[in-house]
Design a protein around this ligand. Structure first.
Ligand code: AMP
Length: 584
């Protein structure tokens, strides 16, 4: 564990939004953080009001809210005033097609302006927004819409044809599909969004919501079972706003770029809500990663604050340090990273080539917002996730026999736990009370991550306590992948694990036992990979498949993924007392 620090100058510290971490932590209350926002009469609130309408009312309507960069490089600037009108139009459109408060509006879209109009317009109308990653295949799209009982889906013509048309008959609640780039070609319930937006009024009275009303539904995965729909409420905006201010150092008028896709929680909490509540201009790039393009965006848009992820940083490191020398990135003030372990080399590399470190921070779908971070005013310990946000109590716990107990000593490995009670904490896993309750013990919320805390209070990530896989920052549930493989006629059993990868952190690998009559071979291997990609999409499907006669199982028949992994990586097999059948 490297203990060296990247020290900040007194001048740097004095310019940060949060100048003194300890003092802020001691004096903090969520009530005070709430005063940074407007709220609505009668103790009501609406995320979209805080993100958009509030700025327009305060005279900031002309400021650019969103600068969209299309794949071909053309730009479209959308001011806070226009964003207010477009989101009003969207809210009117969904009202007209019969969406009521609380209805679930899903989006399956690339990073295009309509995605942002849909997200905020949905919230204005008091409906629940649920984003889906556009690289999902039909299976993850279907399961997530089934669980959330989707009413409306906003998507594109191509995504509709490739991923939705064939599963529509399985989704009885889905009454309307809005296409951002065309009309429905006569398909029942399918409409062109552009035409409806064109006819809709650009004024709308934002729904006054109870702070505990559902606003967002974000799906995440566990070791077993179906995806879980983490429920977030309108009050969460207090945490989005405050954490954006202190953990990302966002200031009104900043140009800010979050590279995460809104199909995942980071792209919503910090790619839509936190930047807008903080009054920044946010950059949205439609294209996928490209080192040169990214450096050009940082330079041309004069990005001040940049929030990205370890996989991207490692790809930039691979592209070499010579490339970056061609770009004037002097507007950059703060860089942060999230989603997977950020190795200390990457932090040090950032410091060398950008003249400032990447500030690692930690959180997850369930927490809704950043929980642990390295701050602008604090020395960075490369490899550490930092310290808990003001308002957040974090601990390392163990629960060998019964309730979780806090480990008070330093450097002890245990589960990272948080004291519940911050505004963006999930309120439920939708319709899964038992799975939700299992996350709590001894008064702590258990995160599923293993970590340590050092003597100075910095937290260090150790690994996951469960079998979920983090590939290129995307959380993948092995069960979802195994289920898709099991649908193939040749597959008797499947076990899926993550194996280390230099760039993506982990990649998905599947082990498969075949049914009688099927022979392992290259053709079948490719056929299985193709089958999985078609069902699950490239973001979730295994990159590699290996055949086994049998898979190691417990006596109760559960596949021992940990053993598969230990064997694959040549690690100690650990406790195998429950092992029933076996094949090496
Ligand atoms: P998700 O719910 O998809 O955002 O994934 C959350 C999980 O990503 C966490 O529980 C961690 O396992 C991992 N994660 C997020 N941020 C970090 C970080 N800074 N360092 C290490 N792991 C992280």
């Amino acid at each position: 564990m490297p203990q060296e620090k990247l020290a900040k100058s007194a001048d740097e510290k004095s310019r940060a939004n949060m100048r003194d971490y300890d003092a802020e932590y001691a004096a903090f209350s969520w009530e005070k953080a709430g005063e940074l926002l407007d709220g609505l009469a009668g103790g009501k609130i609406n995320i979209a009001h805080e993100a958009v309408t509030r700025h327009v009312r305060a005279g900031g309507g002309a400021r650019t809210a969103l600068r969209w960069i299309a794949k071909d490089g053309t730009r479209r600037d959308i001011s806070y005033g226009e964003l207010d009108e477009e989101t009003n139009r969207f809210a009117n459109v969904i009202r007209q097609i019969g969406a009521a408060r609380g209805d679930r509006i899903y989006a399956l879209l690339g990073r295009v302006p309509d995605l942002y109009f849909a997200a905020l317009g949905t919230l204005k109308a008091g409906c629940v927004f649920s984003p889906l990653f556009s690289a999902f295949g039909p299976e993850p799209v279907k399961s997530r819409m089934e669980i959330g009982e989707a009413s409306v889906l906003v998507t594109s013509k191509a995504l509709y044809r490739r991923k939705v048309a064939q599963i529509r008959q399985d989704l009885p609640t889905l009454h309307t599909i809005l296409l951002v780039d065309g009309d429905g070609d006569g398909d029942p319930g399918v409409h062109g969004l552009g035409e409806l937006m064109g006819r809709a009024s650009d004024s709308f009275e934002v729904e006054a919501m109870d702070p505990e009303d559902i606003a967002l539904l974000h799906f995440t995965s566990g070791t077993t079972g179906k995806p879980k729909g983490a429920v977030h409420v309108h009050q969460a905006v207090v945490a989005h706003n405050y954490t954006g201010r202190v953990a990302l150092d966002l200031r009104e008028g900043d140009t800010y770029w979050c590279t995460a896709d809104p199909g995942w929680v980071t792209g919503t909490s910090y790619g839509i809500i936190a930047p807008l509540t903080n009054g920044v201009t946010m950059i949205v790039d439609e294209a996928e990663f490209d080192a040169e393009r990214w450096y050009a965006i940082l330079r041309d848009e004069k990005v001040n604050v940049w929030y990205t992820a370890p996989t991207a940083i490692r790809m930039l490191m691979k592209a070499g340090t010579d490339l970056i020398k061609e770009f004037d990135l002097s507007a950059l003030r703060f860089m942060a990273s999230v989603g997977e372990p950020l190795n200390s080399e990457a932090v040090v590399w950032g410091n060398e080539v950008f003249g400032m470190p990447f500030h690692d921070n930690w959180w997850q779908t369930e927490t809704g917002g950043i929980m642990i971070a390295n701050y602008a005013s604090m020395d960075v310990r490369p490899g550490s996730m930092g310290k808990p946000l003001p308002g957040i109590v974090a601990a390392i716990v163990n629960k060998d026999d019964g309730e979780a107990q806090e480990e008070t000593g330093s450097d002890t490995v245990g589960e990272l736990a948080l004291k519940p009670g911050w505004p963006s904490m999930m309120r439920a896993y939708l319709n899964e009370e038992a799975r939700y309750r299992k996350c709590f013990s001894g008064g702590w919320y258990l995160t599923g991550d293993l970590a340590t805390r050092d003597a100075d209070g910095y937290f260090w990530f150790v690994g996951r306590a469960d079998d979920v896989i983090k590939s290129a920052g995307h959380l993948i549930g092995p069960f979802e992948v195994e289920s898709a493989l099991m649908e193939h006629e040749a597959v008797a059993e499947a076990g899926v694990i993550g194996i280390p990868d230099e760039t993506a952190g982990e990649i998905v690998k599947a082990f498969v036992a075949l049914k009688p009559g099927f022979e392992p071979g290259e053709d079948l291997r490719l056929d299985l990979i193709g089958h999985a990609r078609k069902r699950l999409g490239p973001a979730v499907a295994p990159k590699d498949i290996a055949f086994r006669q049998n898979l190691p199982k417990t006596r109760s028949g559960k596949i021992m993924r940990r053993l598969l992994k230990a064997r694959e990586l040549g690690l100690a097999e650990g406790d195998i007392s429950t092992l029933e059948s076996d094949e090496k």
